[in-house]
Design a binder for this molecule. Structure first.
Ligand code: GAL
Length: 370
């Protein structure tokens, strides 16, 4: 049997009464008043004590019931935009481990990059009566609909990885976004290039000629990383030339194909390959090596995420650098926010985005993240 939301609230209320009692043991009548307001009309300590006992019994009963219904205190539905994504695989494993470690019952669904499929999964979770949802939307543009659905069902919800606008989130005060500010990662990618001996201008012609391999452009991470990586260069006074910009949808094979075609087309003109993530950078590296080019000598290559494979390549000098996209930190932050929501916290407009910092990764510090 599953506890209804109301029953859960009652359990929490009666448990709070008991814990308030425990905190105020130095003054039993005052404590009992806090635990059971009716005691003010019957100020005798014995009456109050009886009420406290009753509250304790109710709490014990209800807690037993809660435990039977949902071991560890709750059923959590997690929706991932697709399982076949390198970074989100690390992230979802971290999330599952933290939640299960805390005793939650967790079900993780693969949205298969299909918003309609994910909508069904969200509806099913709601029908099953989950206590909270953690959602990595397939389409950021579907945020309004997702938010309306969870609001309607009154389910505390944490959105992750694909950030909606503050205005969209303000529609529901039991909703938060936990993620990173993608502008920061773009800026750090630009800085990694500025930190090289020639600031990316390998051939000394006065400009940095680059190709940009973009993630899914529907996603704010892809938009901001594309914009801010180049902005860091121009802000530092560098002239830039974009030879090509193509979407690689966060995918290693697409990163490899785009880099291969561009290396064949532009040859030595390419001085920098910016990739919005590491998986595409690993693909681009295969193309770079196949074309007989050498990273950090005649071409620079940067990614984002700090996947294990990328960290190895940074250490080996086959990638100029990457940026840590802290999967563990974000997973921990998402669970913390979820627990705050389950505890009754609500979030006002403008305070619904919780950010975890990115970290620049170079050969000097890469080993720290391995
Ligand atoms: C980004 C990450 C990418 C990809 C994407 C999915 O934050 O860097 O590798 O996982 O999220 O939305």
């Amino acid at each position: 049997m599953r506890l209804t939301r109301k029953a859960t609230a009652m359990v929490l209320a009666s448990m709070m009464a008991v814990s308030l009692t425990a905190c105020g043991s130095s003054d039993s009548s005052a404590t009992a008043t806090t635990a059971a307001p009716a005691a003010t009309e019957a100020p005798k300590a014995t009456e109050a004590a009886k009420e406290t006992e009753a509250a304790k019994d109710a709490a014990t009963e209800a807690a037993k019931e809660a435990e039977a219904a949902a071991p560890g205190g709750g059923n959590i539905g997690v929706c991932i935009y697709k399982f076949d994504d390198a970074f989100m695989t690390t992230y979802r494993n971290a999330l599952q481990e933290i939640l299960e470690g805390k005793g939650y019952t967790v079900t993780v669904m693969d949205g298969k990059n299909d918003q309609a499929e994910q909508n069904n999964q969200i509806n099913n979770f709601i029908a099953q009566g989950v206590d909270a949802l953690i959602i990595n939307p397939v389409m950021t543009s579907a945020a309004d609909q997702i938010i309306a659905t969870v609001k309607d069902a009154d389910i505390p919800t944490v959105l992750i990885n694909r950030e909606p606008t503050a205005e969209q989130m303000s529609a529901y005060d039991k909703l938060v976004y936990v993620g990173c500010d993608a502008r920061q990662s773009g800026t750090m990618q630009g800085e990694l290039i500025l930190d090289t001996e020639n600031k990316g201008d390998i051939n000394g012609d006065g400009k940095v000629s680059y190709i940009m391999i973009q993630g899914d452009p529907e996603n704010v991470d892809a938009q901001y990383r594309t914009e801010f990586s180049v902005k860091a260069l121009t802000d530092a006074g560098m002239e830039v030339e974009e030879l090509d910009l193509q979407r690689g949808d966060w995918d290693r094979n697409k990163g490899q194909e785009i880099a291969q075609n561009d290396l064949a087309k532009f040859g030595d003109e390419i001085e920098v390959i910016f990739c919005n993530n590491d998986d595409m950078a690993i693909g681009a590296l295969q193309a770079i090596q196949a074309a007989g080019r050498t990273v950090n000598e005649d071409i620079y290559l940067v990614g984002v995420d700090a996947l294990d494979a990328a960290l190895n390549e940074v250490v080996n000098g086959n990638m100029t650098g990457t940026v840590l996209n802290d999967a563990n930190g974000q997973a921990a932050g998402a669970v913390e926010a979820m627990e705050a929501l389950l505890g009754g916290k609500t979030y006002g407009a403008g305070e619904q985005s919780i950010y975890v910092d990115y970290v620049k990764v170079t050969p000097e510090n890469a080993a720290d993240f391995q």
